[in-house]
Write a protein that binds this ligand. Structure first.
Ligand code: DC
Length: 219
């Protein structure tokens, strides 16, 4: 039975996905990583050489199928039937995801996907515009931040653990560029919802952040 939704927004590397997964586990509700949907569009754009032309992309999206499935507690993402859960995590896909996420056609299609999923069950969603746009009536809203150094370090550790050959400086510069783009785009930019609780995760573990959030959630 659906009872409530939790929105967690914030910039890259603030720890949203780890915390959201933990919360979903503790509360026994669904977790939806919405960035993965934008990354799937970015991956298709990269593979097919799309240009950032909204009309063209709108046409291409008509024959693009993006879906998610939770398998063994993990979210899997499918692009035209192919499991792309790993491919979308590559560093170069981050840039495509961010660039194409600024297009109205992409946002409109994915807005529907996110709302349909959240309509069925209590869900914790993490993203950039969940509390402001996707689910403005979500029962609980959090805005998770951290300094750019902390966020770049987390992202660098994640990428190198996966075997990607990247430099810390490159990762930090990419994060700064994406922050700027995500915060200044015309539609649904990243910003704190007025009624969201802001938490800075610089000196906190994901477990501590999840516990802090749980403190606000009345079950
Ligand atoms: O959270 P992430 O890094 O996986 O997200 C990838 C990109 O998708 C990010 O740069 C901005 C975009 N995004 C968005 O615009 N709205 C969301 N709700 C989630 C992600």
């Amino acid at each position: 039975m659906k009872t409530f939704d939790i929105a967690i927004d914030g910039p890259s590397g603030a720890g949203k996905s780890t915390v959201a997964r933990l919360l979903a586990e503790k509360l026994g509700i669904l977790y939806l990583d919405t960035g993965a949907l934008y990354r799937a569009v970015g991956l298709k754009a990269m593979r097919c050489g799309w240009s950032e032309n909204d009309e063209e992309v709108a046409k291409q999206l008509k024959s693009t199928d993006i879906s998610v499935k939770t398998v063994g507690g993990e979210q899997r993402v499918y692009l035209d039937g192919e499991d792309v859960s790993r491919a979308i995590r590559e560093n170069r896909v981050s840039d495509y995801g961010s660039r194409f996420s600024a297009l109205p056609s992409v946002r409109a299609v994915l807005l529907g996907v996110q709302r349909r999923i959240a309509a069925e069950r209590s869900t914790v969603l993490d993203g950039r515009d969940i509390g402001t746009c996707v689910l403005p009536d979500a029962e609980y809203k959090f805005y998770l931040t951290a300094s750019v150094e902390t966020r770049a370090k987390r992202r660098y550790d994640e990428l190198t653990a996966r075997g990607e050959d990247v430099s810390f400086e490159r990762v930090k510069a990419d994060i700064e560029e994406r922050d700027e783009r995500d915060m200044t785009r015309a539609i649904a930019p990243l910003k704190k919802a007025e009624d969201a609780i802001e938490i800075n995760s610089d000196d906190m573990t994901a477990e501590q952040v999840a516990e802090r959030m749980l403190g606000y959630i009345v079950k």
